[in-house]
Design a protein around this ligand. Structure first.
Ligand code: ARG
Length: 459
């Protein structure tokens, strides 16, 4: 039989396959709380404007609360014939309160209804992301504080570059995450306009009060253009874009954890809580959580591309294509929250292997730049020439199978006669990190100053 909500002009019901394609109830039931909140605000406003009787509005209010508690108690039967959460809630409401339920949809369309529901949902996810990121920032900050002056190798090209401090490396992630957090804050601010009342696309002839519904739902203001209101999914794309960038950061640290926990690096020991064993190799402790995050976080980028692809070809205003927005955003949000929680756990529980970090920092000619800087500072060599002299000394040490500090003074002087004994003072890793006091540099002095700033900001 034809659909009870919109089937007036239809003779028969949809083909079963049509129903399967069309129904979003299987996933958009996650919007139930937002849908009910939107309907409550709408009904209250209709009554205040004299569009709906106070008696009907009261029946709707109570009926919606009953629907809410049925859903929350798991007693609500979601049926594919109801298509989506909007019709499921409304038809149950009408079963409960009768006639008044049928008046709820006055001056409203599912187009503005889904737009407001989804905005409310994505807005809440922005808040959850901000909280999750803040928790992870705190975990990194704690690690930074623990090892502000632990020395480790800094890498470029994953080749030893210069010694850095553990605290500095941890704070690098705090900076990235702070930008991630601000992206969610920005997105939230921009999306916080209420599309409810745009109706199907053109607005409505009823004397509604959009400012009242916007306020009731915690929006800063109503959206200003009804066409834009029902066709905009920028807010979801901004959420996905911010999520993608954050996911990229999490994935980079996941990759570092995989590398750092390997037997070849032994920079960190991961907790038993975030690792698994092998069914055949008894010695194994695999960084599965880090690997899974590295893999799973890619889903967020996939969702971002998927929604861009849905939206890029749509003429204004609403097209049913847009129903494909939700699964992508739901999956991305779930993945992000899981990623943030897992990463917070792993970062909190990981143990730096301080002696290994230090030993690795001292190998690989990591203080070659310090030597070149010494030649510039002490002998007045142009940097390019100092670079060349140092490169020759590195080649010499490599041939000899030793590190730079193990070359003799005579060997050094054979490359440049001006080199003096005190050059050895700059070849140690402590000297190297302590000397990098430029603002934002790796010296423990700078790192401690940044830690103090972040402790303040995150207090
Ligand atoms: N389930 C639909 C969606 O998610 C709701 C809006 C339907 N509007 C319409 N005119 N068919 O987009």
């Amino acid at each position: 039989s034809a659909n009870a909500m919109w089937g007036g002009r239809f003779q028969t019901g949809p083909d079963a396959i049509m129903q399967a394609i069309n129904a979003s109830i299987g996933f958009d039931q996650r919007l139930y709380a937002q849908d009910i909140a939107g309907s409550r605000a709408h009904a209250a406003m209709l009554a205040a404007q004299g569009i709906l009787s106070h008696k009907d509005a009261e029946a709707i209010r109570e009926g919606l609360l009953t629907v809410l508690s049925e859903i929350e108690a798991g007693k609500f039967a979601f049926r594919v014939e109801q298509e989506d959460i909007h019709m499921a809630v409304e038809s149950r409401l009408t079963e409960i309160v009768g006639e008044a339920g049928k008046r709820l949809h006055t001056a409203r369309s599912r187009n503005d209804q889904v737009a407001v529901d989804f905005r409310l949902w994505v807005r809440a996810q922005c808040d959850a992301a901000i909280d999750g990121i803040t928790a992870l920032m705190r975990a990194f900050l704690k690690q930074a504080d623990l090892g502000a002056d632990w020395i480790m190798p800094g890498f470029t090209h994953l080749q030893t570059a210069q010694p850095v401090t553990w605290g500095h490396h941890m704070l690098a992630y705090v900076e990235m995450l702070a930008r991630d957090r601000s992206r969610f804050e920005d997105a939230r601010r921009r999306m916080n306009e209420c599309p409810l009342g745009a109706a199907a696309l053109a607005g409505t002839s009823f004397p509604i009060d959009r400012h009242a519904t916007a306020k009731a739902l915690g929006f800063d203001r109503p959206t200003a253009n009804s066409l834009d209101s029902v066709s905009d999914r920028d807010f979801a794309l901004e959420f996905l874009s911010a999520s993608s960038i954050c996911a990229m950061h999490l994935s980079r640290f996941a990759e570092e954890l995989v590398i750092w926990s390997s037997a070849q690096f032994r920079f960190v020991r991961l907790s038993d809580k975030w690792t698994t064993g092998s069914s055949i190799m008894p010695q194994k402790k695999n960084p599965d959580a880090a690997e899974l995050l590295r893999a799973k976080l890619g889903r967020i980028m996939g969702a971002t591309v998927a929604l861009f692809t849905v939206m890029k070809g749509l003429a204004l205003t609403y097209s049913k294509d847009m129903q494909e927005d939700k699964e992508q955003v739901f999956d991305a949000a779930d993945t992000l929250m899981l990623g943030l929680a897992a990463m917070t756990g792993m970062v909190s529980d990981m143990e730096a292997q301080v002696a290994n970090l230090r030993a690795a920092a001292a190998s690989g000619f990591s203080t070659a730049t310090d030597l070149a800087d010494w030649l510039v500072r002490e002998l007045g060599l142009p940097f390019r020439e100092a670079h060349h002299v140092t490169g020759t000394l590195v080649g010499m040490a490599e041939k000899k199978g030793c590190d730079l500090p193990e070359l003799t003074l005579a060997e050094m002087q054979s490359v440049h006669s001006g080199i003096r004994q005190d050059v050895f003072d700059v070849l140690g890793v402590e000297n190297s990190v302590n000397s990098r006091r430029s603002y934002g540099g790796t010296s423990p002095v700078q790192v401690r100053a940044q830690i103090a700033l972040w402790q303040d900001r995150l207090a």
